[in-house]
Design a protein around this ligand. Structure first.
Ligand SMILES: Cc1cc2nc3c(=O)[nH]c(=O)nc-3n(C[C@H](O)[C@H](O)[C@H](O)COP(=O)(O)O)c2cc1C
Length: 131
């Protein structure tokens, strides 16, 4: 199970506008990361709490061309709080789909909503979270 660890940095502040705020980690280019895609996994906070998350690894092709910076973004399910500056461990364990270049913000929002539903269903089935 790949793990990415780092301090949460400021993103482009698009996440809240999309309805899915994310904690963004910027791995070094030489850091071992899973291939670009969307995954189910967990975020472990500095206080030890573990949160089921929908995780995006990639260069946000909807907004940036090939030169976009590699970002690991985690949307923590059922969580509403400020994670900026906090050190997180991101455990990536189930591939959901590749990164897509969406044609509109509405399309990307729908994709992410579907991802979050898929993560929830998978984790409820495993007993990680209540249904
Ligand atoms: C579950 C999930 C799936 C995502 N899938 C894509 C994708 O397929 N294509 C893309 O360009 N960005 C994708 N993103 C990244 C969004 O573009 C990004 O979260 C949004 O632009 C907010 O960025 P910000 O945190 O820098 O403001 C995904 C994000 C999440 C949480």
């Amino acid at each position: 199970m790949p793990i990415v660890e780092g301090v949460v940095v400021e993103g482009d502040h698009r996440g809240r506008e999309l309805g899915f705020p994310t904690a963004n980690l910027m791995p070094r280019e030489d850091e071992v990361c899973p291939e670009d895609g969307v995954y189910a996994g967990h975020v472990i906070r500095a206080d030890g709490t573990r949160h089921v998350s929908a995780i995006s690894v990639g260069r946000r092709p909807t907004y940036y061309d090939e030169e976009g910076r590699l970002v690991v973004e985690a949307h923590l399910l059922d969580f509403d709080g400020d994670l900026y500056g906090e050190r997180l461990i991101v455990q990536i364990d189930e591939f959901i789909r590749p990164q897509l270049r969406c044609n509109s913000v509405a399309e990307l929002r729908q994709r992410i909503a579907d991802d979050v539903a898929a993560v929830r269903a998978s984790r409820v089935a495993r007993g990680d979270i209540p249904g």
